[in-house]
Design a protein around this ligand. Structure first.
Ligand code: IYR
Length: 230
């Protein structure tokens, strides 16, 4: 039986509403400028910055604080090439039979296909693994993890935001099935690949699709009438 954790005071800074408003606009403006990038320069990144962003991502909330994630950072060109080759094999099958006509039609607007040069060109790939169970020393063996998808999704969102804040562009890539990533990176059996994120600087003159984000009115519904200004 587990004992309850000791408690300690929360560190929390309560802001006045004007300061909250200023910060809300600033965080929106910074995050809205993030775009998925598909054309990377091969310039190397300061990898200590990448590690600090992973440290930030790893503060994400997780079911029973299990932190069921692992981040593999690949800069080795031979491993990047092996990942590209395996990903293109899966993507070829996806684009030539496994994806529905409706799906292919949607993707035509983005101009994607099975050819993934960025997997070799980008200076680093972050492969995020989710851990279905943990090897827990105190329980002498496997211990269950909870809400693994949700937890790892939250950590990935925080990772993308942290990298963006630090001037690093990202591509969220899911070359499913992704089992080849566990094999190439020799990961243990409790880990499954969750997301493959090429990172780097965009090429000079990099273009992105001119897409629109939903208006806030489309994505939020309020239940309550107390919208008087504080
Ligand atoms: N995984 C493929 C296909 C793809 C699927 C979706 I949904 C996208 O938003 C983009 C691509 C690929 O990476 O090409």
């Amino acid at each position: 039986m587990s004992e309850a954790f000791d408690q300690k005071p929360l560190e929390f800074l309560r802001l006045d509403p004007e300061e909250m408003r200023a910060r809300a606009s600033e965080v929106y403006n910074r995050l809205q400028s993030r775009r998925t990038v598909r054309h990377f320069s091969s310039d190397p990144l300061p990898m200590d910055v990448v590690e600090e962003c992973i440290r930030a991502a790893s503060t994400a909330p997780s079911g029973a604080n299990k932190q069921p994630w692992h981040f593999c950072v690949v800069t080795d060109s031979a491993i990047k090439s092996a990942i590209r080759e395996a990903a293109e094999k899966e993507e070829y099958l996806n684009y030539h039979g496994r994806m529905s006509e409706e799906w292919l039609d949607e993707l035509r607007q983005f101009g994607t296909d099975h050819v993934k040069p960025h997997l070799e060109v980008a200076p680093a790939l972050i492969v995020v693994f989710r851990q279905s169970w943990s090897l827990d020393a105190t329980r002498e063996g496997k211990s269950k993890n909870y809400y693994v998808q949700e937890s790892v999704g939250l950590a990935c969102g925080m990772l993308l935001a942290a990298l963006h804040e630090c001037g690093i562009a990202t591509l969220t890539h899911t070359p499913s099935p992704m089992d080849f990533l566990g094999q190439i990176l020799n990961r243990p059996p409790n880990e499954k690949a969750f997301l493959l994120i090429p990172i780097g600087y965009p090429t000079e003159g990099c273009q992105v699709p001119d897409i629109q984000r939903k208006r806030v009115e489309e994505v939020v519904t309020y239940y309550g009438s107390d919208f008087k200004k504080i």
